[in-house]
Design a protein around this ligand. Structure first.
Ligand SMILES: [Zn+2]
Length: 193
């Protein structure tokens, strides 16, 4: 009875597969706490679905932040899910709410085309405004080496990378235990020159 033997073999394989899949999911489930009891990196989701034309600049700005700090991680929100950082495109000057945005809270960023029309770099603008949501105020006037010097560094400045002091301030804002973290500031930072 060759057919029965074949069915038996397939049945065995199917059972093995069904057992293996949940086991792999369990093994890769993310942990909420580091072994030392201090909370692991805070993940903040951002929504750029209303930031048409800025997607590449936002992605580059986000990548810069993710490459330069470890206590907070920015992730594009899957469609239909709640984002802590809402990013929209406007025709005005770039502006943002001052964080640090927390997982239970919400901040916003407006990427204004008026700054682009004046010649300012889009990736630096996006990284700068996201910096506000991460708790960094403006630092103007300032050199191009500082991300939060914003427009004061001139239109020739294309640096989207926070300097050591800016990185340190964000790491502090998201480091330690959540109960000890400062609440979001909420002030509006307008980046008109
Ligand atoms: Zn600013």
């Amino acid at each position: 009875m060759p057919n029965l033997k074949w069915f038996a073999a397939v049945g065995t394989a199917a059972v093995v597969t069904m057992v293996m899949v949940p086991a792999q999911q369990a093994a890769s489930a993310p942990s909420n706490a580091a072994p030392n009891g201090v909370s692991a990196a805070t993940t903040l989701y951002y929504d750029d679905s209303r930031a048409g034309g800025w997607e590449a600049a936002i992605a580059a700005g986000v990548a810069t932040w993710n490459a330069n700090v470890t206590n907070v991680k920015l992730v594009k929100a899957p469609s239909g899910t709640r984002a802590q950082i809402r990013i929209i495109a406007t025709t005005g000057w770039p502006q943002a709410s001052l964080g640090p945005v927390r997982p239970g809270g919400q901040g916003w960023v407006e990427l204004g085309s008026q700054a682009v029309d004046q010649g300012y770099d889009k990736t630096r603008i996006a990284a700068h405004e996201i910096g506000h949501n991460l708790g960094l105020p403006d630092n103007k006037p300032g050199p191009c080496s500082k991300l939060m010097s914003g427009s004061s560094a001139g239109i020739g400045c294309r640096n989207p990378v926070p300097d050591a002091a800016e990185r340190s301030r964000v790491e502090s804002a998201y480091g330690g235990r959540p109960a000890a973290q400062a609440p979001s500031d909420g002030r509006v930072m307008v980046d008109a020159p």
